[in-house]
Design a binder for this molecule. Structure first.
Ligand SMILES: [Zn+2]
Length: 605
């Protein structure tokens, strides 16, 4: 996706006058049954034979998906409209031979899952994540693309997309397949709100919200103002907005009960779907904050492993702890800085991050780099067999965010901060669009801190390693107290149970927990604990309340119908909690207040 701005600045009739072109004509003859008919025309093809295929992955989604399953009635014609044979050579690949310069392949797309990953076609609106909808030509990935939408209700529908508009109504262009696939498109009764925010050079950067929601105009305006606040705070982290390719950034937001929950970042837009009734509240803002931060971190500060994006099989990346995890950290931090979150609320976020790092089996076992490479299986990947992820994997989202928190606090305790590190990454890798790998980030950290040993050690311990982190002294700088939430309380593990005749364990038991160590596993049915019958969660809790860590108690259970007994050695509940010194009845010094303000206060001037 590099050099994209230069490509877009060149008028297409100049640079591609004699090259092959791709054109999609999209119509909706059976929209009530969630179908579109899509015609893909190839002009000036020198090849006699072309492979047309559906994607198996999508920008921003890190696991493999099978979009070819929702395509049927595939047919092809030549320039005179004469049928050309189509040979299905794989589930999602169609071969057309005997081409003489021009061929048009048509197919029907079924789409009824509107979110950032898939597509949704309905009489109420059209929601297209491009890889889920558009077949493409393997030999012509570099060809410029035109897409024309033939709308069923042209008068009251609006089209919102990061694609470049042409003079013609409802017709858009992309310089190549990579950009086209990165450009989700929303069509429907959209409320459009636009605003500008001054960039570092004081020139206005342009933003728009295309909202599909049941919302009054004033509520939509108020909501757009909240998103504006987020864009302002985000700018301050990096110092400037990127130069958006077609002059603006678009939030495509569907907030209504007819979509599936998702948020997907793209280069000059984001596709947000929240399956709730729109109320304009601050609770809706988290995904906006996260996705907008991506316009720097992942869209332009880009891991080498995601370049170029492979639409036939998801790219494996070692850098998602940074691309997603640091984005998660900032998504939440920006809400705090913009005034949408109280300090008490933010303490809950911190509590969750600290527990992710210190109290999940995955983070004790694998590094953030290893967690990232698992994304090819876990990122909305669909499988029906059971896995041992609860014991072997912690998501690179909160795991990466927990590392960002530790790094931010460590830097701040040395008079530096993570914002300035992000600025340094932006300057070296983002703005010039030089893709990075893990060791490049270590090099930037060493240069920024002027401390090679610190950077080397931090990466060895916490990025390529999984050493334990002591957050207590770091949080203390900000007048926050890290404590055990359930100090002295007996614990057998955080499992889920189904209540019945006994308590059936419905989640993997976790390595190191008393239940796991006693040999109990998923599907085992606990009948008696400490000699007392248990059929309800509350009964188990009250039995444990009568004991302390270190006690040994008997458990009777059934494994596949066989009665068994074991001894549980009770542990102390390890869960940690972050609270303010105020709440803990401890003093907050002037230094602590200053540290808090520098970290959590607004940066927007
Ligand atoms: Zn993300």
């Amino acid at each position: 996706m590099k050099k994209l701005a230069a490509l877009l600045a060149t008028p297409m009739f100049c640079s591609y006058a004699f090259a092959q072109t791709i054109r999609y004509d999209v119509s909706f003859p059976n929209i009530v049954h969630h179908e579109a008919r899509i015609a893909l025309s190839v002009s000036d093809a020198p090849q006699k034979e072309l492979l047309f295929r559906m994607s198996r992955s999508s920008p921003g989604r890190y696991a493999t998906h099978e979009y070819g399953k929702n395509v049927y009635d595939v047919a092809a014609v030549d320039k005179s409209g004469k049928p050309v044979p189509v040979q299905r050579v794989d589930g999602d690949v169609y071969k057309v031979a005997g081409i003489n310069g021009f061929v048009k392949v048509e197919y029907t797309l079924y789409a009824n899952h509107a979110d950032g990953t898939y597509a949704g076609i309905d009489a109420s609106s059209v929601h297209l994540n491009m890889p889920a909808a558009f077949m493409w030509v393997k030999e012509l990935e570099k060809a410029p693309i035109t897409v024309a939408f033939n709308l069923p209700k042209a008068n009251d529908w609006t089209i919102a997309t990061q694609l470049k508009t042409t003079g013609e109504a409802n017709v858009f262009t992309a310089p190549d397949l990579q950009y086209f696939m990165d450009s989700p498109t929303k069509i429907g009764k959209l409320t459009i709100k636009e605003w500008t925010v001054p960039n570092a050079d004081n020139k206005p950067s342009q933003f728009r919200l295309a909202l599909e929601a049941k919302a009054s105009d004033s509520l939509a305006t108020a909501f757009a103002n909240k998103i504006k606040r987020i864009t302002e705070e985000a700018r301050m982290v990096f110092g400037e907005f990127p130069a958006f390719d077609n002059g603006h950034y678009t939030f495509l937001a569907s907030i209504n009960p007819y979509v599936k929950g998702d948020g997907m970042e793209h280069r000059n837009s984001t596709m947000i779907a929240l399956p709730v009734a729109f109320d304009g509240s601050d609770n809706l803002l988290g995904v906006f904050s996260h996705e907008f931060f991506h316009t720097w971190n992942v869209e332009r500060i880009r891991p080498k492993t995601l370049e170029p994006f492979n639409f036939e099989k998801s790219n494996m990346s070692f850098e998602l702890w940074f691309a997603e995890g640091f984005t998660q950290y900032y998504g939440e931090l920006l809400l705090e800085r913009a005034g949408f979150d109280s300090l008490e609320e933010y303490c809950k976020t911190l509590t969750s991050l600290v527990n992710t790092k210190e109290n999940t089996a995955g983070a004790k076992r694998i590094s953030p780099v290893q967690a990232s490479s698992n994304a090819v299986f876990v990122d909305a990947g669909v499988a029906i067999d059971r896995t041992n992820y609860p014991n072997t994997y912690t998501s690179y989202y909160p795991y990466g965010a927990s590392i960002a928190l530790a790094l931010d606090l460590q830097l701040r305790s040395r008079g530096l901060n993570l914002d300035d590190f992000m600025k340094a990454v932006w300057a070296k890798h983002g703005k010039p669009e030089i893709a990075y790998n893990v060791s490049d980030l270590e090099i930037v950290l060493a240069a920024y801190t002027k401390d090679k040993a610190f950077a080397q050690q931090f990466f060895a311990k916490y990025i390529t390693g999984h050493a334990s982190l002591d957050y207590g002294p770091l949080l203390a700088h900000a007048g926050l107290l890290l404590k055990k939430q359930f100090e002295g309380q007996a614990w057998i593990g955080d499992m889920h149970y189904a209540e019945g005749a006994g308590l059936t364990i419905t989640s993997n038991t976790i390595v190191g927990s008393p239940l796991y160590e006693a040999g109990l596993d998923i599907d085992d049915e606990i009948l008696k604990v400490d000699g007392r019958l248990v059929s309800k969660n509350d009964e188990l809790i009250s039995i444990l309340k009568n004991h302390k860590p270190g006690d040994h108690i008997a458990v009777e259970y059934k494994h596949r119908g066989e009665p068994k007994t074991a001894m549980l050695e009770l542990a102390e509940n390890p869960r940690l909690q972050v609270v303010t010194n105020e709440d803990a009845g401890k003093p907050v010094s002037a230094e602590m207040t200053a540290f808090r303000n520098a970290w959590l206060g607004s940066k927007w001037k």
